[in-house]
Design a protein around this ligand. Structure first.
Ligand code: PLP
Length: 382
């Protein structure tokens, strides 16, 4: 089976992990700050806070931005469930904004409409979570302008998009969102097995995320309730979690980061090959900006008809091609239906979810493997 995504592990990655195993610190040692520094260098951001998943990074990002009971978080239905769940972890209500028909990311036009209505009913969101779908950033300029006009915070879920660029710089550089979150799950661009990272240029948000990652404990006298009696002293000043990344994982991530450009470049080459060889197929793919650079976490094709997609999915799997569907719209999941969502509410995302097919794409895929995928797709569409 040619998988839709797969990690790339080098001998240097293995050696980096083994070095940690032989060192004094398996966790809370020097590897985590080193990995955070690598992400800061790659993005140009001021602060990077590593965590044990993107899901936990989303949770503490929302908390650090003040989301709580009775708050409101909006996201796109075309995402992994974690982009919405972070709002529920904080006790907030979650709603969705439909996608753009060409970019498949959260639509700024639909967001603007929904905000106007929400202002009238006094139900404006506290946080909006756009997703850099497939590695292509959402229209962060338009979303940022709406954030200033309507007074919400932006948590960018860039789980797909380390190494991608928005029109003015690297995704996660801290200029386009209050916090940007990356995932290091093995199918993503760079891996730590499980792992995530939040980036921000806001000193207070960064300090709060770092504290929430470690039980709400601080050793910084400036953050304490009174004066510190001595260097042994620490205080728990709020309710946090153990969301730490281990040094084993961080060493893997740090070693992987040295190949970030090569990973993203190879993904772009494979995406360009798909577009070249599929151009006469009855398909379409995601529109990406001329000024942006996608990290091509995913290469999704639309078959424009649910029955054709369903048949192609089965035929491709039978042919040993690990196609997938990203994503079944989140609001159609039973958990969200039980919270009042129903089919028909976000029609663009629903059409997308019914006719989209993810083709294999990862940095270790060979041209010959990709040719096999293309041949199998030709057969499947007959
Ligand atoms: C993978 C993913 C997540 C969750 O990442 P984890 O590191 O597995 O917690 C969140 N959002 C999106 C869009 C993802 O693709």
């Amino acid at each position: 089976m040619i998988p839709y995504g797969r990690q790339q592990i080098s001998d240097a990655d293995v050696a980096a992990v083994v070095d940690v195993l032989r060192s004094d610190f398996l966790t809370q040692g020097p590897a985590v700050p080193r990995f955070e520094a690598a992400v800061k260098r790659a993005t140009g951001v001021k602060h990077a806070i590593a965590s044990n998943s993107a899901t936990s990074a989303l949770h503490i990002a929302c908390m650090a931005l003040g989301l709580g009971q009775g708050g409101r978080l909006w996201t796109t239905p075309n995402t992994f469930v974690a982009s919405a769940n972070c709002g529920r972890y904080c006790g907030a209500d979650v709603d969705f904004v439909d996608i753009d028909p060409a970019t498949w990311c959260l639509s700024p036009a639909k967001l603007a409409d929904k905000l106007v209505h929400a202002r009238k009913s006094g139900t404006l969101p506290n946080i909006v979570v756009p997703v850099a779908f497939g590695g292509e950033p959402a229209d962060m300029t338009a979303i940022g302008a709406l954030a200033r006009e309507f007074g919400f915070k932006v948590v960018e879920d860039a789980s797909h998009a380390i190494g991608a660029r928005h029109a003015k710089g690297a995704v996660g550089d801290g200029t386009q969102a209050d916090v940007t979150v990356f995932s290091f799950h093995p199918v993503k661009i760079v891996t730590t097995a499980e792992g995530g990272m939040g980036t921000t240029n806001d000193d207070a948000v960064a300090a709060k995320m770092a504290r929430l990652r470690t039980h709400g404990i601080t050793r910084d006298p400036d953050e304490m309730t009174g004066s510190s009696p001595g260097p042994w002293y620490y205080e728990q000043i709020e309710l946090g979690y153990n969301y730490r990344l281990t040094d084993l994982q961080a060493a893997l991530g740090n070693s992987q980061m040295t190949r970030l450009e090569a990973f993203v470049e190879r993904r772009n080459v494979l995406a360009a090959r798909y577009k070249e060889f599929l151009k006469d197929f009855p398909l379409r793919w995601q529109t990406v900006g001329a000024a942006t650079r996608s990290s091509y976490h995913l290469f999704v094709v639309r078959l424009d008809e649910a029955a054709r997609r369903d048949a192609a999915f089965v035929r491709m799997r039978d042919a040993g091609i690990g196609v997938n569907v990203h994503y079944i719209p989140v609001h159609l999941q039973p958990y969200w239906r039980a919270r009042g969502f129903a089919p028909g509410q976000f029609p663009e995302a629903e059409r997308y979810g019914a006719d989209a097919l993810t083709l294999p794409l990862h940095a270790g895929m060979t041209d010959a493997q990709q040719d096999r995928v293309i041949d199998a797709l030709r057969e499947a569409l007959r």
